[in-house]
Design a protein around this ligand. Structure first.
Ligand code: ARG
Length: 463
């Protein structure tokens, strides 16, 4: 006997090369406590089915609980000879209670339904931690928005000045996708809340065990509908990984803005000393490393997702050992997000915005040209013509050497462009006037931004 879970039909033990390749304890030991919880639930199912005596149940449940405390304390670890977490824990259980009682636990289950169940348990737990971290970033964005009231900034498209917006509007535009990511994790949980335990290797169990009871014992809403699906599918894992990658992408887009905003050229923000780093050679440097790590980790999270999808593509039903490769990418995604999110939340919460500079830059780049066009429309001019006339104003400004701003055109210059351009147009040639005029739902007018700020807070509290 090789000590493995499957020695019986083999004349020799596994080769050293196979052992090295096959071993997964270096990462699946992270599931040890969940495996022991699953084993306790399974022991109770065996007992209810009349396959374990009262005394044996007590012996097993007590031993499994003792092992769980030892795992938590870090004193129980796999041996190099153990193939995986399941085999290691069975070996240790048998060492503690003997083969007569310890050898009964494996009846009616397979590592295939065990591992599928444990990964769901692991991801459900980490989904809650990640959602909490995402909500902390949302809170930081919402608090910064609230702290900046009616402060304007240059709104951009194509990275070029487009129209003035409120800083709060821009910050909240980063909060909404993150709120949807938390929604996505909640929606995902409804699909993940079904337990594969009882699926056996693929075909289900013949021993009269009750998968619904095991599911309830482990905090699931119920058992999976199909034992082949229960052991072979990993779409629930891939979906978790997608949401993780999307969170990474959303943090990366926010981070890219922080990186730009912190440059000398933009000069929109100063990073807090506690959330920025220096250079080992250039004494003056203050670098946005958190934002850069967020951007970098987004690439890694996308890789975790695409690696998993590539592993799944082309796998026939039911279980194949390829599925062992699902765990490292998804564990990595959880670990990366759990270290990243608190750092991003702290970085955002401690940003100092240079509102004077933001206000001074807001009308630059002829960002009020649309306001001229829309003023002309309100005066009865067709938009097509209004657009042309506002464009002519920009051209007139650029004809000056050096170029001037739209509000610096004289009454005579405006009238020369069109008789429609009376001096009254000047009422929209201010940043505050432009911003206040965009008062449609979701717009940048202070009343609208105050509304969405309250809505974002409420949404964050409900989640
Ligand atoms: N370690 C495997 C995994 O992570 C579970 C064991 C199933 N192995 C097997 N030969 N059926 O997927």
């Amino acid at each position: 006997n090789t000590g493995a879970l499957w020695g019986g039909r083999f004349a020799s033990g596994p080769s050293p090369a196979l052992r090295e390749l096959s071993r997964s304890t270096q990462f699946d030991w992270a599931l040890a406590e969940l495996d022991l919880a699953g084993s306790r639930a399974h022991a109770r199912a065996l007992h209810r089915a009349g396959l374990l005596s009262d005394a044996d149940l007590t012996t097993l449940v007590d031993a499994l609980a003792g092992m769980a405390s030892d795992v938590a304390a870090g004193t129980l670890l796999p041996d190099p000879g153990d193939e995986d977490v399941h085999g290691a824990l069975e070996r240790i259980l048998i060492e503690r209670v003997g083969p007569e009682v310890g050898g009964r636990l494996r009846a009616g289950r397979s590592r295939n339904d065990q591992i599928a169940t444990l990964v769901r348990l692991y991801l459900r737990r980490h989904a809650r931690a990640v959602a909490g971290g995402v909500l902390d970033v949302v809170d930081a964005l919402v608090d910064q928005a609230a702290a900046h009231g009616d402060a304007p900034m240059p709104g951009r498209t194509h990275l070029q000045h487009a129209q003035p917006v409120l800083l709060a509007h821009q910050l909240l535009a980063h909060a909404w996708p993150l709120l949807r990511d938390v929604d996505r994790l909640r929606d995902w949980d409804a699909r993940a809340a079904l337990s594969p335990y009882g699926s056996g290797a693929l075909a289900g169990s013949s021993l009269g065990l009750d998968p619904a009871a095991v599911a309830a014992d482990l905090g699931f809403a119920g058992p999976v509908e199909n034992s082949i699906d229960g052991t072979a599918s990993r779409d629930v894992v891939a979906e978790w990984s997608f949401v993780a990658a999307l969170i990474g992408v959303n943090l990366s887009r926010l981070s890219e803005e922080v990186i730009l905003w912190a440059t000398r050229e933009f000069g929109f923000v100063t990073l807090h000393d506690g959330y920025s780093t220096g250079s080992s050679i250039m004494p003056q440097k203050k670098n946005p490393d958190i934002a850069e790590l967020a951007r970098g980790k987004a690439g890694r999270l996308i890789g975790d997702l695409t690696g998993l999808l590539a592993t799944l593509k082309g796998l026939p039903l039911a279980y194949n050992r390829d599925l062992q490769e699902d765990k490292e990418p998804v564990f990595d995604a959880a670990t990366q997000l759990e270290v990243l999110l608190p750092a991003v939340a702290g970085m955002v919460a401690t940003l100092t915005f240079h509102t004077d500079r933001l206000a001074a830059l807001a009308p630059e780049g002829y960002s009020l040209a649309t306001d001229i066009a829309e003023w002309l429309v309100r005066a009865g001019v067709p938009f097509r013509e209004a657009h042309e006339l506002a464009g002519a104003c920009v051209r007139a400004c650029e004809a000056h050497e050096p170029a001037i701003g739209l509000d610096e055109l004289t009454d005579a210059e405006l009238a020369a462009i069109s008789p429609h351009l009376t001096p009254a147009v000047r009422e929209v040639l201010t940043v505050a006037g432009s911003i206040a005029s965009r008062d449609g739902a979701g717009g940048t007018a202070p009343v609208r931004v105050a509304e969405q700020l309250a809505a974002a807070r409420e949404r964050a509290e409900l989640l």
